[in-house]
Design a protein around this ligand. Sequence first.
Ligand SMILES: Nc1ncnc2c1ncn2[C@@H]1O[C@H](COP(=O)(O)OP(=O)(O)OP(=O)(O)O)[C@@H](O)[C@H]1O
Length: 239
Amino acid sequence: MTAPILQTRGLTMRFGGVIAVNGVDFSLQEAELRCLIGPNGAGKSTFFKCLTGQLRPSHGDVLFRGHSIAGSQSHAIARHGVGIKTQVPSVFDGLSVRENVWLAAARVNPGRLADTMTDAALQRVGIGAIAGRMVGQLAHGQRQLVELAMVVAPEPDLILLDEPAAGMTDDEVDRLVDLIKELNKRHALVVVEHDMQFIRRVARTVTVFHQGAILVEGDVADILVDARVRDVYLGRQAA
Ligand SMILES: Nc1ncnc2c1ncn2[C@@H]1O[C@H](COP(=O)(O)OP(=O)(O)OP(=O)(O)O)[C@@H](O)[C@H]1O
């Protein structure tokens, strides 16, 4: 097996007396797509925030291609080649779709290349038709797609998405499913998502969080029928 693109070692995040993430060892291979699921309060978002630099872990390490990024600023992590979409919107409402995507592309590739990357990202995400619209006038799902185009534009090696299907219409979710599969041809992805329908359609390998730790990992078909997973979702004690 080749070296992982992303790894955590003993990753721990405490908030006072609450241990939200408890000694997690996680590993993602190059070009892999991994979905993170788990019931409310399982620690998924906290784990994600430790990967993206939104939180500095209390203990343990996060390694991107062997280099520690734990506690680095999000923009520094992005410069390593990591595309991040958090739950907090990062679009400029007063700019057009194209201008938003261009700014994301230009952050890593100033000049003409940014134009080319912008056009490619708009096309890949399927929002070329609304490129001239002001982002502030768009529906929520369309804004999510703009954010995805901003993540994709700099051509990151690894993409981290926190609840990308939140607030989307069925049509938009359809497009997102296709898009994630298409992105996975060229990028490794970690996707945190609540929507089990979405997970069923998009996931191959799933990591299930429970009480700040990894409960089980495996093929989506096995995970969705795993009695331990059903129990924690139904609020019963895991075996
Ligand atoms: N900033 C914080 N301060 C204190 N406790 C926190 C903070 N953020 C998260 N927690 C706690 O850490 C635990 C894990 O929360 P987290 O949001 O990571 O879970 P989650 O799996 O993402 O849940 P959800 O699916 O509801 O978003 C919970 O007990 C939560 O209350």
